[in-house]
Ligand binder design. Structure first.
Ligand code: MG
Length: 255
């Protein structure tokens, strides 16, 4: 193949790959809008795997005595998790009847679904020293369980993200708040932005900026069909959604 044919061939391949660049689907708090499931439950994780989404997202907080639990809200039945002992909340039930999961249980279940990426959100803690300790314990647990490749990290807390960069500089780490450009995020050592889709509506140029910097773009929480289609057209890499079954169909179709 001479140089000219090689160049034409390369252009065709790039065009083909670009045309077919479909976003990967992440189930927000697992796949919970189905029978027997609930947000952040072990069932939601299992059902994400059965649905064959790329990733399953979940939220992690640390109790005052250092137990890592999977829960979205910083309070459970009136108990603020970061200032409460695990003993006080360990029997709390999720909407599907499951007991509040520990991170260790969640990771153990996730390890049995090796094709599923676990998108671990570290929730902001009011006490920043406690938050730094939480980050350290989470990272250590993931390492001890040899799940570094399967776990990606996200957080609204810039402090938690910076701590992650220090502890696991080669991990996938994305920031959620939406107030920094991809260039600023790159400078801080993170690998991606994970912003509300309305931020990307305001800054569609950030998709290209991130890609030019070798970073990924994830958007949350994209539930409406029109919003999903628009984000897919923008060329985002991931969509995080409460409707993963719909998103999978859209991501596979020509829109
Ligand atoms: Mg979350």
């Amino acid at each position: 193949m001479n140089l000219k044919s090689w160049f034409c061939f390369s252009v065709m391949i790039i065009a083909f790959l670009t045309m077919n660049a479909q976003p990967k689907v992440i189930a927000h708090r697992g796949y919970w809008k189905c029978e027997g499931s609930a947000q952040n439950s072990l069932a939601a994780l299992q059902k994400s795997s059965e649905l064959k989404v790329w990733g399953s997202e979940f939220d992690v907080l640390m109790t005052v005595d250092g137990k890592l639990v999977v829960n979205h809200d910083d309070c459970i039945d009136g108990y603020r998790i970061e200032t409460t002992k695990y003993e006080k909340i360990k029997d709390k039930k999720l909407k599907n009847g499951e007991t509040l999961p520990l991170l260790e249980q969640y990771l153990t279940a996730g390890k049995k679904c090796p094709d599923l990426i676990l998108v671990l959100e570290i929730k902001p803690h009011k006490n920043k020293r406690h938050e730094a300790k939480a980050v350290e314990r989470i990272v250590r647990m993931v390492q001890d369980m040899r799940m570094e490749e399967q776990v990606h990290y996200i957080s609204f807390s810039l402090d938690a993200c910076k701590e992650l960069v220090k502890l696991v500089p080669h991990a996938e780490i994305a920031y959620l708040e939406g107030d920094l450009s991809p260039k600023e995020i790159k400078k801080l050592g993170m690998t991606g932005i994970d912003y509300h889709y309305k931020i990307i509506d305001k800054h569609p140029e950030w998709v290209q900026e991130a890609h030019d910097l070798g970073m990924t773009v994830n958007v949350w929480t994209v539930n409406g069909t029109d919003d999903l289609k628009r984000m897919i057209r923008f060329g985002v890499d991931f969509v995080t959604t409460d409707n993963p079954a719909v998103a999978l169909q859209l991501a596979d179709s020509d829109i």
